[in-house]
Design a protein around this ligand. Structure first.
Ligand code: ADP
Ligand code: MG
Length: 571
């Protein structure tokens, strides 16, 4: 996994190398101060050498100006490396998500996927640039100080360095505890958000059922857990900071004591003593960075693991040797098809065979849950069948390129999804290269043109979150216009009018009748009046196809269909 992570550095290696070089010089520059201050105390002050004092101070000033310039580069390039890597990963993730099959989206909620694209990648980006920088700078500073200090006095250096592992160990432990507490706190906040969202969305139901106490109680519960999580996190934070404070000051005292003793007994000079004090006061920064790195590594890698999990999901590849579906006529045949949803035990379709001839309208009826929608979704290969075959004009759909197969099929569903954007964008979604006149023609055929013109902004009317709210029937007509524009040889109407009232349904029905003309159509409807004229009616239940024939044949037969029909028309 680390290798995969590192591979994302490759396109930005130049920027990254510059960043690291600057980081090296910056940390090396920091080592000058203690050395110079020691020299000043030991040599130039006793000699009253004003010239050397000025030279060294000027030199230090120059070094610091350079350091600041390099710091600018590190801050800027370092962050840009992180951001670019994040953008690359997000691009890969997004395009991979687009290629994943329906089954993936059945299992994973939109919110969870969003949080991966946004939050996880942010963490990864932080790790990507701060990680190597932190490790590098800390090691250079600590190792450099160690060497320079040993050059002055080895025993004293060892005494001081002996404390560092304790400091690091303590800091790590407390930091981890603190982070866990903060993570829990974030979860609690998410819990509160979810509770509020659910309650507010359902406020009408809650009021109607007078269930407000219940809602308050649920909320109080989330709210209390939040306070509890905060208490834990602040306690951990207090332990960390007060402990670190004590330990670091303890080290300073140890330096004064041991260094003072060494100086009194003439083992080191006062200048060297001063250098030690400065060196040690510089330690805390690299140690802090190392600890920060460990934390960032944990969260960043957890995020990266989740990123990899999605990237490793199998996309919908075309089979090798798949061909384009050309000049589709629309003969669809299910041959002994068995289908089970992934991770589900129930067989939805069991050795089902069905023949749909070019240009025919075949209606699917039957109880809810009988598998009508499932059957429709198998034709564009939204899901993979377990056994048997589905053929289009005699060719197994698995041997066709998915894009060309789907281009041949238009779907109108009960639930219409319109994208945020203008009405024109939404109709134009049917075919990206369509011109204005074609869009208008499609709208006319879907009986929505006049309505669109009645809007002040016409086809430019914005729909979506902050745009125009359309009624169910209007939305459905836009979705029908979308399919008119696409003009596919095969049409699937899955309960296209089921959510609409009778009057609206009739208005839409004429558009649908027009849409079906000259196409192979599979129509699912629970209002049987709409499918009376189908060439064939197929009754599908969870036991498979129970009856098929024309409306008259099925009525005569007096089976399930006849029963359904009579119950709907008794009124
Ligand atoms: P119909 O359209 O006839 O009402 P469906 O095809 O929607 O029936 O559903 C048939 C069965 O498949 C139902 O039992 C339903 O619970 C199940 N089902 C539908 N969609 C999924 C899915 N995405 N994952 C798992 N099971 C599903
Ligand atoms: Mg259905």
């Amino acid at each position: 996994m680390l290798k995969r992570f590192i591979s994302y550095y490759r396109p930005h290696w130049k920027m990254f190398a510059i960043d690291m070089c600057c980081a090296f010089v910056i940390s090396a520059a920091d080592l000058f101060y203690p050395v110079v201050s020691g020299n000043i105390i030991d040599e130039y002050i006793p000699q009253k050498n004003l010239r050397m004092l000025l030279i060294w101070c000027a030199l230090l000033l120059g070094i610091y100006i350079l350091r600041s310039a390099l710091n600018y580069v590190v801050q800027y390039f370092g962050h840009m490396v992180g951001v670019r890597m994040q953008a690359d990963m997000r691009r890969d993730l997004f395009s991979h998500l687009q290629s994943l099959p329906f089954s993936y989206f059945d299992k994973n909620k939109t919110g969870a996927i969003m949080s991966r694209i946004v939050n996880d990648l942010m963490e990864i980006s932080e790790l990507a640039h701060h990680g190597p920088e932190d490790v590098f700078i800390s090691i250079v500073t600590l190792a450099g100080s160690f060497v320079l200090m040993c050059m002055r006095n080895i025993p004293l250096t060892l005494i001081i360095f002996a404390f560092i592992p304790f400091l690091v160990f303590f800091a790590m432990r407390k930091r981890i505890k603190m982070n866990n507490a903060f993570a829990r706190r974030r979860e609690e906040v998410a819990g509160i958000n979810a509770t509020v969202e659910n309650s507010i969305s359902g406020i009408r139901v809650a009021k109607a059922f007078q269930n407000l106490d219940n809602e308050l109680e649920k909320f109080a519960c989330s709210n209390n857990s939040f306070v509890d999580a905060c208490r834990q996190s602040y306690r951990a934070m207090a332990e960390f900071f007060s402990g670190m404070d004590l330990l670091s000051n303890l080290i300073m005292v140890v330096v004064l004591l041991s260094g003072g003793l060494f100086a009194i007994y003439g083992q080191i000079t006062p200048g060297q003593f001063a250098s030690y004090i400065v060196f040690v006061s510089m330690f805390f920064n690299p140690i802090k960075r190392l600890i920060q790195f460990v934390e960032q590594y944990q969260t960043g890698m957890t995020g990266f693991k989740r990123f990899c999990e999605i990237m490793d999901e199998h996309p919908e590849d075309d089979d090798p040797g798949a061909v384009e579906a050309r000049d589709v006529r629309g003969n669809i045949r299910f041959q002994d098809v068995t289908f089970t949803y992934e991770g589900d035990k129930n067989q939805i379709l069991h050795h089902l065979s069905l023949d749909i001839r070019e240009g025919d309208t075949v209606a699917l009826v039957g109880p809810s849950g009988g598998g009508k929608t499932t059957l429709c979704h198998l034709i564009p290969r939204f899901y993979e069948i377990n056994s048997g075959a589905i053929t289009l004009d005699g060719v197994d759909i698995r041997h066709l390129k998915r894009a060309s197969l789907r281009a041949a099929i238009g779907i109108v569903q009960q639930e219409v999804f319109l994208f945020t954007g203008t009405i024109r964008d939404n109709i134009g979604y049917g075919r990206s290269d369509a011109g204005e006149s074609e869009i208008v023609e499609a709208a006319k055929r879907a009986n929505i043109h006049d309505y669109i013109l009645s809007l002040p902004e016409g086809y430019d009317t914005y729909i979506g979150e902050h745009g125009l709210k359309l009624s169910g029937g209007q939305k459905q007509r836009i979705s029908i216009a979308r399919v008119f524009l696409k003009n596919p040889p095969i049409l699937i109407l899955d309960e296209a009018t089921s959510a609409l009232d009778n009057v609206t349904e009739q208005m839409i029905q004429s558009a649908l009748d027009e849409l079906c003309r000259g196409r192979t159509t599979i129509v699912v409807a629970h209002r049987l009046s709409t499918i009376k004229n189908a060439d064939r009616i197929v009754v599908l239940t969870d036991e498979g196809i129970k009856e098929q024939g024309t409306h008259d044949e099925l009525l005569e037969r007096g089976g399930i269909y006849a029963g359904l029909y009579r119950s709907q028309f008794r009124a």
